[in-house]
Structures are given as structure tokens and as C-alpha cells.
Design a protein around this ligand. Structure first.
Ligand code: GDP
Ligand code: MG
Length: 177
């Protein structure tokens, strides 16, 4: 292995999925650029963003895909999922409906990608404590039933955002190495 080859050893495609306005684009903006958009429209998403993550001394590249808002029309294409080895399945803890949609997103994920895709269930907007409609226990219970990792995040105050991405990348790495 030349030095150049070694840095190219790991490139993981990770997809962000979940209902419109749950905070997918802002989770990526917070993680990749430490930015937050208080009034973002769903168009701020880029196609994908590549982030370098260090795991056990190895450089892993996470290619994180964001939708361009097409989830509003339930029109996320199979190309979006193709080759994905990880997924962040996001709902908004302040909107119950987005949690009720998780089953549909899981079906779609498993239809279009490998059954073994490493998936983290993410309850975003944990800063909205007074508006909470989904308890932490609800999230945990669903994650356990479906064999998913679970955490609550806030793209607004940054809590657990890096951890969510690091978890999916580390678990993929552990499976593949
Ligand atoms: P997407 O459609 O899933 O990509 O959602 P966006 O990232 O565009 O976010 C939708 C709206 O929710 C925007 O107004 C964001 O500012 C807001 N938002 C995103 N994440 C959070 C969060 O963690 N906390 C709060 N309070 N608002 C958030
Ligand atoms: Mg978006």
C-alpha cells in the first residue's frame, strides 16, 4: 500500500432520511461545517458532503447524502439509497407524526439498500423540551424492537450531533474490519 492508497481505504456512503423539516440538512450542516440555519428551507441541502473521521488511527471518509427536499413528495429515488452502508433515520421529537413515519422510512430503506445497512434512529430537536411529543423511552423502545442504534440530538445546540455520525461510521467500520 502506498500512502495515497491507504487514505482511500474506507469510503462509506451514509444517507439521511426522515420526514420533511425534521432537521436532516441542519444535522449535516452542524456536523460538517458547524453551521445552523434557523429558518432553513429544504433547499439548503447539497447532494452529499464528505467528512474525514478518525477511527483507531485510520482515516475513514463518510460521504453523507442529504435530500434536496424530495421527501416532501415521497419521491426519494432508489439512486439515493444505492450503495449506502449507513443511515441516519431522523424524526422530530416535537412532532409525533414524524415518529409515526419511521416504519415507512425503514421499509423504504430496506427495499432500496442492503438489509445490513447500519442504522441510527435519531430524535432531533431535543432542545425543544416544552414542545416534546415523543418521549425518550418511545424512541428507545422502537430502536430496540427494530435493532437500531438510538440517540436524541439537537442541531441547534449541537448536542450528540457528532456522536450520531461517529456512531454510524464506527459501527460500519467494526463490521467491515
Ligand atoms: P430537513 O427538511 O429535514 O432537512 O430539515 P431542516 O434541516 O431544513 O430543518 C427544518 C427546520 O427545523 C429549520 O427551520 C431548522 O432551523 C429547524 N431545526 C433543525 N434542527 C433543529 C434543532 O435541533 N432544534 C430546533 N429547535 N430546530 C431545528
Ligand atoms: Mg433538508
Amino acid at each position: 500500500h502506498s500512502e495515497e492508497e491507504q487514505t482511500e481505504d474506507y469510503l462509506f456512503k451514509i444517507v439521511l432520511i426522515g420526514d420533511s423539516a425534521v432537521g436532516k440538512s441542519n444535522l449535516l450542516a452542524r456536523f460538517a461545517r458547524n453551521e445552523f440555519y434557523p429558518n432553513s428551507k429544504s433547499t439548503i441541502g447539497v447532494e452529499f458532503q464528505t467528512q474525514k473521521i478518525n477511527i483507531e488511527g485510520k482515516e475513514v471518509k463518510a460521504q453523507i447524502w442529504d435530500t434536496a427536499g424530495q421527501e416532501r413528495f415521497r419521491a426519494v429515488t432508489s439512486a439515493y439509497y444505492r450503495g449506502a452502508v449507513g443511515a441516519l433515520l431522523v424524526y422530530d421529537i416535537s412532532r409525533r407524526q414524524t415518529f409515526e413515519s419511521i416504519g415507512r422510512w425503514l421499509n423504504e430503506l430496506h427495499t432500496h439498500s442492503d438489509m445490513n445497512v447500519v442504522t441510527v434512529l435519531v430524535g432531533n430537536k431535543s432542545d425543544l423540551k416544552d414542545a416534546r411529543e415523543v418521549t425518550t423511552d418511545d424512541g428507545k423502545t422502537l430502536a430496540e424492537a427494530q435493532g437500531l442504534f438510538f440517540m436524541e440530538t439537537s442541531a441547534l445546540d449541537s448536542s450528540n450531533v457528532a456522536l450520531a455520525f461517529q456512531t454510524v461510521v464506527t459501527e460500519i467500520y467494526n463490521i467491515l474490519s
